[in-house]
Design a protein around this ligand. Structure first.
Ligand code: SAH
Length: 364
């Protein structure tokens, strides 16, 4: 008995993957360019509408391939224009995607995993435990669905100008699926975003920072949160494996030889934890060695959180010290609070495989 080969979801393939797919079915590789334009320039998901492919190829694709997107379960709009989607995935889990409109740009914040394995002590996604990696189609599908829902145009311009991998999960722990998705975001045949408009944010997966540098040209953000190892270990347990010295060295390698490349360091300010002026001075010494900017993020509370936000005075004082020390620093404005769309508040629906969420619920 012959079994049908599994259908390929074309959203799982970058340009190279699509070319290989078409060759494997005896078609010319340039079909990849045509299909990418339909998918990412026109948002078309029906083979029957891809009119330059020829009828017989369209019929073959119906049998051999699919174009399968996550399902929008819920869409919420904040008073400030922020939009949050809950996206359903096969198996019953769900992730969240957030769009943040600003005067001159529109940033889409997307997820890379269902839950997160890193267990950072101040992040609600971490407290929920980890379920699984997203596929490439589920990562790029978030951009696809958001673009579709927002309309490709806003005041005559594209609604989405920037993508940040700052939603749920640690993107560099899902590298195999992440890399093709980033390539589609960057490719002219894909979304065509410039390199500094696609940002991967990491809690500090040192070896994968080098992998990323060698794979695709995108901007890097590093969630630092502390200038010394003792404190950082408490906040980001991954620091036990990759201490600050190694992390900073990886950042230096990342920017080396790249024109105008700088790292964004994220620093979530928690009252009485990491907002002491002495830490600000240590941060100056540390970050002076890397072309970078510092993004100070007021801590966003969530049910069961162990920390609280620094006071506005402490935040301002911290900012003044780092700026006087010569760093470029901004305080991130909290957006979408009324719909729980702020940093660290994304929860989705995680079927926890680490049993961490059991402990989390017990502590609520
Ligand atoms: N795992 C990646 C991607 C998640 S990014 C990373 O760690 O960078 C999410 C950003 O929001 C990170 O900088 C994270 O440290 C920050 N964050 C998490 N929880 C937060 C909270 N409760 N308040 C403010 N920022 C938070």
């Amino acid at each position: 008995m012959t079994t049908m080969p599994a259908q390929v979801n074309l959203l799982d393939l970058d340009e190279e993957g699509l070319r290989a797919f078409f060759e494997s079915i005896g078609e010319k590789p340039f079909r990849a360019s045509q299909v990418m334009k339909w998918l990412y320039h026109h948002g078309v998901t029906e083979f029957s509408a891809m009119t330059d492919l020829g009828k017989s190829l369209r019929e073959r694709l119906q049998l051999l391939a699919t174009i399968t997107l996550p399902k929008i379960l819920k869409e919420q709009r904040s008073e400030d224009g922020t939009v949050k989607w809950l996206l359903g995935l096969p198996g019953g889990s769900a992730v969240e995607t957030v769009f943040i409109p600003e005067a001159k740009r529109g940033t889409l914040c997307i997820s890379s995993q269902v839950g997160c394995a890193l267990n950072c002590s101040f992040c609600s996604t971490g407290a929920q435990g980890f379920s699984r990696n997203l596929d490439t189609s589920e990562i790029i599908g978030q951009v696809f669905l958001a673009a579709q829902s927002l309309g490709h145009e806003r005041n005559g311009k594209r609604a989405i100008t920037n993508v940040v991998m700052m939603g749920m999960g640690e993107p560099l722990l899902n590298f195999a699926a992440l890399a093709p998705a980033l390539k589609i975001m960057r490719a002219d045949l894909g979304y065509g975003f410039a390199s500094r408009r696609v940002t991967v944010s990491t809690a500090g997966m040192v070896p994968m920072i080098d992998r990323l540098r060698d794979t695709v040209d995108v901007a890097l953000a590093v969630s630092l949160h502390a200038p010394i190892d003792d404190l950082r270990v408490e906040l980001v347990p991954l620091n036990k494996k990759y201490p600050i010295k190694d992390l900073i060295a990886a950042c230096q390698r990342y920017v080396a030889g790249r024109n105008k490349c700088q790292i964004t360091f994220e620093y979530t300010l928690m009252g009485g934890i990491n907002d002491d002026p002495a830490y600000a001075r240590q941060l100056v010494k540390l970050l002076r060695t890397v072309p970078s900017k510092l993004n100070l993020i007021p801590f966003n509370p969530y049910p069961g959180a162990r920390y609280s936000c620094s006071s506005p005075e402490r935040i301002e004082a911290f900012k003044q010290i780092v700026m006087r020390g010569g760093l470029i620093a901004t305080v991130r404005k909290t957006r979408g609070e009324d719909i729980d769309a702020a940093c660290g508040q994304l929860v989705g629906k995680v079927i926890d495989r680490t049993r961490r969420s059991v402990a989390h619920r017990a502590s609520l």
